[in-house]
Design a protein around this ligand. Structure first.
Ligand code: AHR
Length: 322
């Protein structure tokens, strides 16, 4: 080998070594690369919502995911801005708990164009093009409303003058829990919703609305049906301030199954809660990981819920995780 050939083969070997080193570093980086996920949350209107946020945050930590969190304070425009910001930051995936059902197509199309999968949790949307989201993980809110109605029909022998406290207008759980409850009481001529208004899923909303309705169309109410526990707890306060005994004079039932509801049942002030599981973190991140690997997901995963009433509350309270 002459001097020149020797130098040529030396630089060839160096180039090959460099390529190999680059390849190894890149592979190590890929293995190390943390997923970055944006979570666009509705807000912090209820104990249920706080439990859901906590579930997503703790699961992200457990899996070493870099989570970008946004609280929309109950406003869709804030959520849309948050989703746009996640897209601009180039996150790997987005988890969205949509505040209302409609108006999502434009921003979800932007996410799709950027090839960022969107996993919907807790609340569904109305969109003609279902390819705009990877999957929806949520409870069946219509079924929850029906379970509440069936329980009330049994408890009252099919006779009740009802105040309904609705959730946030336009939100899937408000629409569907109303629908399910109305379907459930339809076959009972003695059950009527005499007054119905939104308390925005908040304890303060439940209290204020109940106070007002007790002075008008709901004056003779024998039952309060609240779309969530927080509003029911507010209604209990309003009933007490109006000199009524919640749980006895007026049957109170709601949805969520948070600890505060179980405590109120043990105290005899709330009669029933239909569970709606907010601990969606593990399922949400399973879905994120699968969709990023290119696995096809079911369009909808229904979370199973149960009914609890005062007869089982004390035994169940120590088991409640939220
Ligand atoms: O979407 C789930 C509902 O939203 C919960 O019932 C309620 O507490 C929350 O704010």
């Amino acid at each position: 080998m002459n001097k020149r050939t020797f130098h040529q083969s030396l630089s060839g070997a160096a180039a090959a070594a460099l390529t190999l080193a680059t390849f190894i570093t890149a592979s190590l980086h890929a293995a190390d690369k943390k997923l970055t996920v944006g979570f666009a949350q509705v807000g912090a209107e209820s104990a249920w919502r706080t439990a859901e946020t906590e579930s997503i945050k703790s699961e992200a930590t457990k899996r070493g995911v870099n989570l970008k969190f946004s609280d929309a304070q109950g406003k869709q425009e804030n959520q849309i801005k948050a989703v746009r910001a996640f897209i601009a930051q180039g996150v790997d995936a987005i988890i969205l708990a949509p505040v209302v059902e409609t108006g999502w197509e434009p921003v979800l199309r932007e996410a799709k164009r950027a090839k960022i999968p969107v996993v919907l949790v807790d609340r569904g949307i109305k969109a003609a093009d279902e390819s705009l989201f990877a999957t929806l993980i949520a409870s069946d809110f219509v079924a929850e409303g029906r379970m509440a109605a069936d329980w009330l029909a049994k408890k009252t022998g099919g006779k009740a003058s009802i105040i309904e406290l609705q959730g946030t207008p336009g939100a899937a759980p408000a629409i569907d829990r109303k629908k399910g409850f109305e379907e459930g009481i339809k076959s009972h001529a003695g059950m009527k919703i005499n007054a119905s208004q939104s308390g925005d899923f908040r304890r303060s909303g439940g209290k204020e609305v109940t106070e007002a309705l007790l002075k008008g169309a709901g004056a003779n109410a024998t039952a309060v049906y609240a779309h969530n526990d927080d509003m029911a707890l507010g209604a209990i306060q309003a009933l007490e301030e109006a000199g009524k005994k919640p749980g006895t004079d007026v049957v109170v039932l709601s949805i969520d199954g948070v600890k505060g509801a179980f405590e109120a049942m043990v105290a005899g002030k709330l009669n029933c809660t239909v569970e709606c599981n907010p601990l969606l973190g593990p399922m949400a991140f399973d879905a994120v990981e699968k969709t990023l690997k290119g696995e096809k997901l079911p369009k909808r995963t229904v979370v199973q819920d149960r009914v609890f009433d005062a007869s089982t509350a004390a035994a169940e309270l120590p088991n409640r995780k939220y």
